[in-house]
Write a protein that binds this ligand. Sequence first.
Ligand code: BGC
Length: 780
Amino acid sequence: MKRLPIFIMAASFVCGVAMADTLKLREDNIPQIVSAMTLEEKAHLVVGADMKKIAAGGEVGDTEKVVPGAAGVTYPIPRLGIPTIVMADGPAGLRIKPIREGDSNTYYCTGFPVGTHLAATWNDEIIYRVGQAMGEEVKEYGVDILLAPGINIMRNPLCGRNFEYYSEDPLLAGKTAAAIINGVESNGVGTSLKHFCANNQEINRLANDSRISQRALREIYLRNFEIAVKDSQPWTIMTSYNYLNGRYTSEDKGLLEDVLRGEFGFEGMIVTDWGGGLDAAAQMAAGNDMIQPGEPRHIDVIINAVKNGTLKEADLDKCVARILELIVKTPRFKGYKFSNKPDLKAHAAVTREVASEGFVLLKNDDKALPMASGATVALFGVGSYDFIAGGRGSGDVNKAYVVDMHEGMISNGIVLDKKLDDYYMAYMERERKRIAPLDEHRRWTHYTLRPNEIRDPRQLVEGSAERADMAVITFSRNSAEGFERHVNRDFNLRIDETALLNEVSRQFRSAGKKVVVVLNVCGPVEVASWRDKVDAILVCWMPGQEGGNSVADVLLGKVSPSGHLPMSFPIRYADVPSQNFPVDVPETGLNQSFENYSTKYKYYDQPNIDYTNYTEDIFIGYRHFATRGVEVAYPFGHGLTYTDFELSGMKVKQGKDGKIAVTCKVTNTGSRAAKQVVQLYSTALYPDHERPLLELRGYSKTPTLQPGQSCNVDIAITTDDLAIFIEEESAWKVVAGDYRLSLGFSSGDLRANSELFIPNTSVRKVTDVLKPTDGKLFIE
Ligand code: BGC
């Protein structure tokens, strides 16, 4: 190094101190800040700042720093004016600790309906309002980023985290996500769209390799993210835990830089899932900007990689710059004085409204519902008394209360069969006492035990058919992060539940009285074998803290259900196309994902655990059932209301610019007010590649229509929406030819159609970066 004269050295030293004192992060000086940062500071910033717990083998996603119970914080660098920002889960509301030591205030958050339930509304406007309310809690509790929404595709109905997710269809999932993201971010706080991508099972999720064809990736598993990014540009995206075609998603530059940023146009920051991936330096090089919650060794790995040249400092700088770009947008950076007093009362009203909007009425023979006013109800099933408002794990919300069915019915004036109710109340008290000690040591990611149904249903039901005018039975299903659901005791009704159902049905029906089943579930359950024994089935999902009130609103007919299934309800589990899935893996009492399979190294020994071949390709859900003519119990998009609707006057207008405008008229021909969902599906009539018979291309929910009232419905799509992904050409192709567009109220209830001719083939090439490195798609 060339020696400088002493006076110049002294001058630059003074200047350096002055710079460090005055240079503070602003929106317009990010490049300058990056150049002023030391390598150590950069390595700290890209790694989360609460590593103590994970280093000690503790829970991930639960920090005590800044906002207790949040999932993670970032590293502050005060000398450059870089504050800590706070990230907390999602997606059914904000998850933070409700009680703090030495503080008499409480910090409860609103428990909204779970993701599946929101998607079942098919109503972007109401989902946006839910987002607005959630975002207000994020902002007022001093959090900067909500780690939601989760939009992984429901490839298999048993996936334990499906309750957080939206649909088996990428369009519905993508649009629902965009609505919630836009709602949350309207508060000036961020979201984290997760888990990018192909994280469709819980067992061995830290190391399972999803083996997926390019076509299925493009048309299904990436399409939802593409739609959400283009429609809402979330502040951040969270990569997933799994491998995809042999590479960790968080270490896959092709996936993150070429596809997500390059093709989809994502402009924000990318963060790992908590503890995801293996190689910190590879994550930086891939453009995965931040590692959460991070481990001390990650910092050393990054510093050493820059020093030894395996990680370019310029790549690290890009990650640092994107984190700073995120930080300058946050309320914390802007010095927002949060109140810790969000409007929980107003949000309770939002959750009550959205929950009833998403309920799906599967069947309603002879207008069994709404119930006659003043009718006495015999309320059965432990689920009526121990209602499930949401799922377990990071998607749980610490809510102040849950209105269960029993409470909701009574407080809304529904008269219950008192003798039966008293019997249940005493029984539940005993069951709760039995279960409490068994549940005491369960961690927040674990299932809690459920009460058993009352043992002798014949004796239980005896007499209630004389005392009551109708029966309501609730069956509930729990679900938790890290576990899969089971076929026998979960997808299928259990023996004690079937016994109860049979007895209630026999005694009430022979007395000429109606039987209603409420399904308090997180996804499909088997219904085909027992549905004829009951008059109505209402799916109320996991409806959030006001659930019991929302159910009462619908039973009483104050609101007509207008939700539609965001997934198909198969007749039996064996009909599900994704049979490569870890089914009924024995439980050891441990969290199947965290403790049973904690290694992150790739093994290819156990199919569906170490790796999962997506051999069904694009044919999941209704794409399979409709195309192959497999009968379902209830099709994708199904949902009844308390009235009848007619769809008429379908028109299709093709513009020269590729725009296609589809219009129709919907009329309420029944006797009650309700909303209806119009769904638009496409069919390629003479395809030269195998294509699904039906694909959802658009949808629109009407406003509430009074009896006799009509409204016009417009659904706009483009010819690009009809494209197929051609693997051999690495291109999306709109193939010239004949197409049918169909409108209806479900994929199994199409009321009108119109054919159109697309005159020219158009091709959009994409980057070919997602293929398995070893050239072989499926592991044998
Ligand atoms: C989950 C994420 C969550 C994170 C932080 C992880 O285990 O997969 O969805 O946001 O924890 O709690």
